[in-house]
Design a protein around this ligand. Structure first.
Ligand code: CUA
Length: 320
């Protein structure tokens, strides 16, 4: 298996990737062959039959049965062969083996959530055991997204109100990029994730650690980790600069101006509500685009994020 990639292809990270590449190259080389043949013949005829002095009498030949059969039957045979090769690969890429491990994928602006059979979930990081078929059952909470892992040659639209699915088998441990391939708004280009292919043992360990994360570290540091791992960082900054959402710098304890003209103090309850029901209070000047984190965060996670935001609010006070 090709694990480094070529000039035009990323590394082949799944069992099906080399078959996709093979078919791609077959079509590419057939196309190049006919391109050279047609352009070459045309050029040759341009030169051979170019106008020289007097206009030559036009040939009276208007058709040739043998030639017409040749240029009909050969391309027809080629496209029929390509159709069956493509169709059979398409079916194999779309029908997951029965024993596949099923992971639920939820897309929303602008993050990916993965729900595992054991009940835990992760954001923007899909961890799977190597050498096992993985089936992704996908849906969207808002607009159309598209789940694309170039290294796996796997891409499928993710739609609201219906399920789509893909499957893959990544034989070797490693990391592969996930990207959204359907324009879905401001944060589309940052709707990135990673597939971590790990050994069976590491997968089991990861499931256990993901079930009870953040143990043994203080809330503030844990909140800082969550800020990145739960992708708050896609829309919020911690340095005061503007993004899709308000910055968290000096937010805690401040008065926040809301749409409609009211004000609210950014205390613990306001932050908690904004994480779980973001559309309840929308800050003036921003769009109500934040997804709810209901079900994605445990109570301790919410505590940690609030502790982290608090620490960003207090810095000013400490410096003064
Ligand atoms: Cu999601 Cu583009």
């Amino acid at each position: 298996m090709d694990t480094t990639g070529t000039l035009i292809m990323p590394p082949a990270g799944s069992t099906i990737a080399s078959e996709v590449d093979w078919l791609f190259y077959l079509i590419l080389y057939i196309s190049i062959f006919f391109f050279v043949l047609v352009v070459g013949a045309a050029t040759y005829f341009f030169i051979k039959y170019r106008r020289r002095g007097e206009i030559a009498p036009t040939s009276q030949v208007d058709h040739n049965i043998k030639l017409e059969i040749v240029w009909t039957v050969i391309p027809l045979a080629i496209v029929i062969i390509l159709f069956f090769l493509g169709f059979s690969l398409y079916m194999r890429m779309n029908i997951a083996p029965k024993d596949a491990l099923e992971v639920k994928v939820t897309a929303q602006r602008w993050l990916w959530t993965f729900d595992y059979p054991t009940g835990i979930n992760s954001v923007n990081e899909l961890v799977v055991p190597a050498g096992k078929p993985i089936k992704l059952l996908m849906s969207s909470n808002d607009v159309i997204h598209s789940f694309f892992v170039p290294d796996f040659r796997v891409k499928m639209d993710v739609l609201p109100n219906r399920y789509t699915s893909v499957w893959f088998n990544a034989p070797y441990p490693g990391q592969h990029n996930i990207q959204c391939s359907e324009y879905c708004g401001k944060g589309h280009s940052e709707m990135l994730g990673i597939v971590k292919v790990v050994s069976d043992r590491e997968y089991t360990e990861w499931l256990e650690s993901a079930a009870g994360p953040g143990e043994g570290i203080d809330l503030e540091s844990y909140g800082e980790q969550l800020f990145t791992s739960k992708r708050c960082v896609t829309c919020h900054t911690v340095d005061g600069s503007l993004n899709v959402g308000p910055s968290f710098l000096h937010l805690f304890g401040e008065n926040v101006y809301l749409q409609g003209g009211s004000q609210v103090r950014a205390d613990e309850n306001y932050l908690r509500e904004s994480i779980l029901a973001p559309e309840a209070k929308v800050v003036d000047g921003f769009e109500p685009v934040m997804p709810t984190y209901q079900g994605l965060l445990k109570p301790r996670d919410i505590d940690a994020l609030i502790a982290y935001i608090k620490s960003l609010g207090q810095e000013q006070g400490e410096q003064q």
